[in-house]
Each structure stands twice: as C-alpha cells, then as structure tokens.
Design a protein around this ligand. Structure first.
Ligand code: FAD
Length: 426
C-alpha cells in the first residue's frame, strides 16, 4: 500500500482523495485540512484577518461572487453540477457541490479537519535515492501536542489565493485613506459613496470593480493592460497603473491624479508553503516562479512530492482531475517519468518558450491557451481520458464573450451535448 498525505481539502485535495479511493488496494490516503469544513476557497466567511482559531483567514471569496465559468465547464469531469442550476452560479452553490462530491465518493472518513500541517521533510532511505516523508501536524486548537507520521508520497493541495502579493509603490505610507488587498474584500456596502481605486484588471480586479460600482460614488480601474472595450458601469473609469500615492490622492502613470478614499489592491497572491523544510529544495523566486517542478506538478528531485493546482489561468477542476491522475500514476509506479535531467530540461524549455513569446517572468505558471495541450500531454502520459473538446471550446468561447460583454456574459446558459459539442440554451 502507498501511504499518501494530502495537504488541504479544497477542490484539489478532494480530487486527490477521490482518485485514491478508487484504488483502495493501492493507496492509503489521509487528507489534512486546517479548516473545519472541506471546500477551501469556497468556504465563504464575512471575517477577515484571523479566524477563531488564530489562523489567517484562508478564503478570498466575496459575498456577491458568481462563478466566472459556467458550471458545465467548471465541474469535475466525473461529477456534474445539479442540472437545474443556471450556468453561472453563486459561491454557495459551488460549496454545496464540493460537499456533495465529498459525500458521493465517501471522502469524509479520510479527512482530518481542524488540523494544521506544520512541517514536511524528506527522509533519505539508506543507500537509495528513494525518500519517505515525515509530516508533522497538530490540532489547530492545541499548539502543544504535535504528531509526526510517515508517508510514501505527499500531494500538496494547499491553494495559492490566500497570501496577498502587494506592490511596492512610492507614497504608500503617506496615503491617509484605506488600503486593502482583494483577499479582504467581502461586500460593496462599506464602499458606499466612496471613491475607490482598484489596482489590477485580472478576473478578480474587474469583477470586484463592477461589484463595488453598485455602491461607490466612483471606481477607477487602474491597470497596465489594454483598456477594456466592453461596456462598463457609468461610474467606472479606467486609468493606467499607479505611479505613486500621496496624502489623499493617487497618481497614475499618464500624469493624471484622483482624490481617493480607498485603494483596493487586486494584485494577486504569493505561492507560500511554510510547512516545507529546506531539505525539500523547493525554490520560489522573486517572480513567483516555483522550481524544480516537471509539468508544474512533480518535484523533479523528489517525484513522490507533487503540487496540484499550482498553474494559473486554467479551468481549475478539470485540470485538477488530470493532474491528480498523473501524480497518482507516478506514485503507484504505472507511469515511468523521464530522468531528472530530462524533466529539468523540459521545465527550462517551457519557461524559455514563455519568455520568447514575450511573457513576463511572473507568468511562469500562467496557462491560458496553453492549458489544453498541457492537459492533453498529461492525460496521454498517464493514459487517462483527456478533457473533453466541448469543455475546451466552451471555455474559450466564454473567454471571448466576457471580453465583449462583461456586464451580461453571466446571463447566458449552456449545455454540453457530448464530448465535442455544446449548445447555447438561452
Ligand atoms: P483551496 O481551495 O485554496 O484549498 C486549499 C486548502 O488547503 C484550504 O482548505 C486550506 O485550509 C488548506 N490548507 C492550506 N495550508 C494548510 C496546512 N498547512 N495544513 C492543512 N491545511 C492547509 N475557479 C473556478 O473554477 N471558477 C470560478 O468562478 C472561480 N472563482 C474564484 C474566485 C476567487 C475570489 C478565487 C480566490 C478563486 C476562484 N477560482 C475559481 C479558483 C479556485 O481557487 C479554484 O477553483 C479552486 O477552488 C482551488 O482549489 P485548491 O484546492 O487548489 O485550493
């Protein structure tokens, strides 16, 4: 039996458990989850800062969030959402879905909740390249008693939308208004009649700017991307990135300024794995590139250590479904990986190709249009079913529809009619 620790029981950790439970004679899994419930990001709380157990709040979910992907695309390929729901759903519906997934595959007995993984370290087996893993955990309410357990493999599913990546801007300390990161954004009502500058126009930045505009006097969406061309609310304007802040105003790169009450930083998140010891040899550079990972997933020095869901701009649940099966086929020995040197060379080639295409170093794990080839490669190597073409095509179509019509794209409903077809149903 392969003893496997899963760190985190959000969507990725649940997926890892589900696939291990499908092979009960091969895997002996246990998932460690810091929270009281499964669901990770989808466990909404009004609270910000520290939770009642003294741990930093994990979820960055906000009250009015509706999914930015239709449920037909979001679902794990082996577990559809409730067919009576519209395509774009609230975070509560996603949470219910993850609970149903947990129940359906009977995962609860394999999850240790309210348990913090504090330390993970490889132990070299005598005279071989193989390692086992020593994992130390504790009850979140009890910092005195710690337990250490050995595992043959570890699947890290701890998420990467919790620790804010804050920019360093001149004048941040002089600004007398409020400065908040989107991790702590919950509800537009506290922005009523304020002038808010939202910095960053990723999926969350744009969605939050529109959400806030329902209450705020004025919202300035500041970003360095080409300006949005879709209709946006009348009280939302666009400006280039922020050059500096002063007492009561924000100065933009085009020389203009606005008097602002609040700056909301929608500037993304950091990869953080505080439980890994130095011996794990995982490097996170200043551009948020994580190495040495083959296919953004398998630690090339320690292939029994994998990281599900590290890629950004992906179709998350279907991607976790493929990545998990790949990582498990490494653990059960059914997939023979290339040599460490070949894997490292593949990683460098992937990174160089991104640089040649003009991407910034911080986009080392951005997938976007690359995700389908990537998933197909993994599926082929692990000998599992690839993501349906209909999911890929619908995802790509939503991307286009969103660019053209930010305000209304979530009003349309879709239906998958087969592995390579879908239809618009109203
Ligand atoms: P998480 O959901 O973050 O789960 C990680 C888990 O690990 C948590 O439960 C945490 O408590 C636990 N953990 C962490 N460290 C430890 C430790 N040391 N010990 C024990 N447990 C630990 N995706 C979509 O498909 N559609 C959307 O519309 C969408 N909207 C999003 C909106 C927002 C605001 C955000 C932040 C993300 C959104 N996503 C969306 C992406 C979403 O993050 C993924 O869909 C997915 O839920 C990520 O799952 P995960 O398991 O990788 O991470």
């Amino acid at each position: 039996m392969v003893r496997v620790a899963v760190i985190g029981a959000g969507a990725a950790g649940l997926c890892a458990l589900r696939h291990m439970r499908a092979k009960p004679s091969v895997f002996q899994p246990v998932a460690f989850e810091l929270g009281e419930r499964v669901g990770g990001t989808w466990v909404y709380t009004d609270r910000t800062g520290i939770d009642k157990n003294g741990q930093p709040i994990h979820s960055s979910m906000y009250r009015n969030l509706k999914t930015n992907l239709p449920k037909e695309v979001m679902a794990f390929p082996d577990f559809p959402f409730d067919s009576t729901l519209p395509s774009f759903i609230s975070h509560l519906e996603v949470m219910k879905y993850l609970q149903k997934y947990t129940e359906h595959f009977n995962l609860e007995p394999y999850i240790k909740s309210k348990t913090l993984v504090e330390r993970l370290t490889p132990i070299q087996e005598n005279g071989t390249n193989d390692v086992t893993w020593e994992l130390t955990y504790r009850d979140v309410n009890n910092s005195q008693e710690k337990t250490t357990q050995k595992f043959d493999g570890v699947v890290v599913c701890s998420g990467h939308y919790s620790v804010p990546l804050m920019p360093k801007l001149p004048g941040m300390n002089s600004f007398e208004g409020e400065q908040v990161h989107s991790h702590d954004y919950r509800d537009p009502s506290r922005y009523a009649n304020k002038t808010v500058v939202c910095l960053g126009a990723g999926a969350s930045g744009v969605d939050i700017a529109i959400d806030i505009s329902s209450k705020a006097k004025q919202v300035v969406l500041s970003h360095n991307k080409p300006f949005l061309t879709s209709p946006i609310p009348a009280n939302v304007s666009q400006k280039p990135g922020i050059r500096s802040l002063e007492k009561d105003s924000v100065n933009f790169r085009d020389g203009s300024s606005v008097k602002a009450d609040i700056v909301l930083y929608c500037t993304g998140y950091r990869f953080v794995y505080p439980f890994l010891t130095e011996d794990c040899n995982l490097n996170i550079d200043e551009d948020e590139r994580v190495t040495p990972l083959f296919k953004h997933l398998i630690h090339t020095q320690f292939p029994s250590l994998s990281f599900i869901g590290l890629c950004k701009i992906i179709c998350p649940f279907p991607s976790f479904h493929i990545q998990t099966q790949f990582a498990l086929s490494v653990l059960d020995g059914s997939l023979k990986l290339p040599s460490r040197e070949e894997m490292d060379a593949d990683t460098e080639e992937d990174f160089k190709a991104r640089m040649c295409e003009g991407l910034a170093r911080r986009h080392a794990h951005f997938m976007g249009p690359r995700q389908w080839d990537y998933s197909d490669q993994l599926a082929k190597m692990a000998n599992v079913s690839p993501v349906w073409k209909s999911i890929q095509e619908l995802y790509d179509m939503i991307h286009e529809t969103r660019i053209k019509n930010l305000l209304d794209y979530k009003k349309i409903n879709y239906e998958l009619t087969g592995s390579d077809s879908f239809k618009v149903i109203n």
